[in-house]
Design a protein around this ligand. Structure first.
Ligand code: NDP
Length: 297
């Protein structure tokens, strides 16, 4: 049975981090500047704690300054907004990331809109979303940006004119992903929970991006032979056997899809590692833009 080529997100992320570290090193040597990333965590969500720890480690590993702000779960919205205002005004901070989800008493949209768009390294501010949608330079959400980089490496100019189906329409993944694919001249369909005949829609796709949050929902027989499949999903399932470890699976049934697709990302080791690498790249981009430094040098 034929088997798809694996898209190695871990390797691409390692290359991207090394490229960012080299540019950060050059910036420090020439100008004595280190880009700074501030990460704000409210509460004690275990998954968020792991993400924040990894972000901190990788930020320092590539030579940037990492500023961590941990606030209690009962933090008032006004106090979080006051912290964001201080970070907006702090010249050492080039990027601000407020880890989502936020506790119930805080309106996440208000917080996102309080971040200076020039420091919005998550790319969630409406100014950045609007710039992306209108084809202007923007800070782009890290996960779809990582998916695009994997597609650029896998298909390159071959993406033009291809039919891409994005399953999921969140502001964090699906919508910006669709904009990025349009920017590569794909013909884009966005599918969601109300889409009729999802299997048939996906079967028409040369490129499938699954960002649903439903374990192994996309079946192998949905995939057009030779298609490129990018699985954004991260779903934790209980161990297959008693006493075993939890399993991480994507939104695509990997074993089935691998037998049909031309290229596919594994979970873990596909899109996941790209997200933090793109955050570092966005922080460097924000630092260069804010400080008037040519990105290419
Ligand atoms: P959301 O829950 O915000 O969005 C899920 C989307 O999937 C919605 O648009 C929803 O449609 C759609 N959907 C739900 N059920 C179905 C269905 N049965 N058929 C078709 N569409 C459906 O999730 P996110 O976009 O934040 O994340 C998606 C996945 O990506 C998750 O597994 C998440 O863990 C993962 N993720 C991974 C990251 C990484 O670093 N690799 C980072 C961010 C997310 P509707 O709008 O109609 O409700």
């Amino acid at each position: 049975m034929p088997s798809a080529q694996l898209i190695d997100g871990k390797a691409v992320a390692t290359d991207l981090r090394a490229a960012v570290a080299a540019r950060v090193g050059g910036m420090y040597a020439r100008l004595g500047l280190r880009p700074g990333l501030a990460v704000v965590l409210v509460g004690e969500d275990p998954a968020s704690q792991v993400y924040v720890r990894n972000k901190h480690k990788q930020t320092e590993a590539c030579g940037m300054q990492s500023f961590e702000h941990r606030l209690p779960a009962d933090t008032a919205q006004a106090d979080l907004l006051a912290l964001v205002a201080r970070l907006n005004a702090d010249d050492a901070v080039d990027g601000i990331l407020v880890q989502l989800p936020l506790p119930r008493q805080i309106d996440a949209q208000k917080v996102i809109e309080a971040i200076d768009p020039a420091k919005d390294v998550d790319g969630f501010h409406p100014i950045n979303a609007g710039r992306l949608a209108t084809g202007q330079p923007a800070l782009v959400p890290c996960t779809p940006l990582g998916c695009l980089m994997l597609l650029d490496r896998t298909l390159g100019a071959e993406m033009a004119g291809r039919h891409a189906v994005v399953i999921g329409r969140s502001n964090i993944v699906g919508k910006p992903m669709a904009q990025l694919l349009l920017g590569r001249d794909c013909t884009v369909t966005i599918a969601h929970s109300r889409t009729r005949d999802l299997a048939e829609t996906v079967h028409g796709a040369d490129i499938v991006i699954a960002a649903v949050g439903r374990p192994e929902m996309v079946r192998g027989f949905w995939i057009k032979p030779g298609a490129t499949v990018i699985d954004v999903g991260i779903n934790r399932l209980p161990p297959a056997a008693a006493g075993g470890k939890d399993r991480l699976v994507g939104d695509v049934n990997f074993e089935e899809a691998k037998a049909v697709a031309g290229h596919i990302t594994p979970v873990p080791g596909g899109v996941g590692p790209m997200t933090i690498a793109c955050l570092l790249s966005n922080t460097l981009q924000a630092a260069c833009a804010r400080r008037g430094i040519d990105m290419a040098t």
